[in-house]
Design a protein around this ligand. Sequence first.
Ligand code: NAP
Length: 456
Amino acid sequence: MITCISPIDGTTLVEREPLTSEDAAKAAARARDAQPGWAARPLDERVSLVRAATQIVGTMNDEIVPELARQMGRPVRFGGEFGGFAQRADHMSDIAAEALADIEVEDSGEFHRLIKRVPHGVVLVVAPWNYPYMTAINTIAPALIAGNTVVLKHASQTPLVGERLAKAFHKAGVPEDVFQNVFLDHATTSELIGGGAFDFVNFTGSVEGGRAIERAAAGTFTGLGLELGGKDPGYVMEDADLDAAVDTLIDGAMFNSGQCCCGIERIYVVESLFDAFVEKAVKIVEGYKLGDPLDPDTTMGPMAQPRFADMIRAQTVEAVAAGAKTLIDPALFPKDGGAYLMPQILVDVDHSMRVMREESFGPVVGIMKVADDAEAIALMNDSEYGLTASLWTQDEARAMSIADRIETGTVYMNRADYLDPALCWTGCKNTGRGGGLSVIGYQNLTRPKSYHFKKA
Ligand code: NAP
């Protein structure tokens, strides 16, 4: 059984039977059969259907918000994901014609030479629970628009999300075999990938999960997009707007109980601002209200699973044993326990500690003093991950020079924890391979096909 245990109270919220191996293969085969017909429809029609489905998801938002709180613990006061979901789907709709346009090389009396972008065929989307609508739509919308059919395997923590998306796309008029939501266990997912059932797989999740997908695909030449973990740093320079830096970086570390792929996990502050930064950061965190995500006053809900909270408790205990200092008083967070994890700020940390090296994916952040840009760059790069980095300065040229030396997918100046659909969402090192959204997202969900016609 695929089971969603609510982090609110540990009760079983949803149970779904995963597809058998045979039924899963049939679903993939239906997606393959449906693909040529879907790709033959005019681009405008595919774009309109995706836009319509997006709007239908919006009409469900009042039901989706408490449903998300029950499935993965995000407080209802934040209103769900529809803003970012629609922004991404609409942007990919807006740029489709240009991104997928033929590249005309020559159309003369003698030759017609051009490159078309053609769909891969069947795309498997494996999505995580932490932003279950936004992460899924990053691939679903452009994959469908580009003429692929899509099979969605959503996370076991958020099974209702895949069902809602299927309902919305089908209601909008997307045929059932063109967009399918399936419940798959890991073994069946690997079996399908290994059997060449898909032409492209986009996986968003843990490094271990990414490795399993890569192993399953080995030798099949299936295209892969792997959007994996992160340990994203912030660096605050002496000319930074301190209030903005603290507000954004601490929100980036703590929002969604720190369960953001591009959440801030470590902060480096130049010596002259260090004390003031830490003082302000502590004040912000002390104001959070940890509790039932269905209560509109709650600003921090439980983590999605008790084991995630326990892992961070272990990282924190280890760091303290190695000399780190915790700055947030547990007495302020009486609800702490089980999946409910109080936020924590650590100082006197260094890179020998797991909390500064391994992904925490929770409401804990270490803050370290740095002497200069060289030290900050070395520390930011001292990581097996590379998703985003956030630089705080008024000096764009300095930020650009530092940005060029950081091993990462995205560099921000004076912002953080934000996904811009016009830019490529990508990473390096163990954060994975590929790129979603933007024009590049379309390139990855299609293949180039060259036409070389001699007219006489
Ligand atoms: P996870 O365990 O890897 O799960 C993510 C998704 O992958 C779920 O649908 C899961 O299915 C599926 N999955 C995992 N292993 C699989 C396998 N061997 N075969 C088939 N499917 C498999 O990740 P998580 O811990 O829930 O999610 C948090 C992680 O995702 C963090 O590391 C975070 O940084 C990363 N993330 C990255 C991005 C990005 O853009 N780079 C965005 C969001 C999250 P089940 O639920 O059924 O196990």
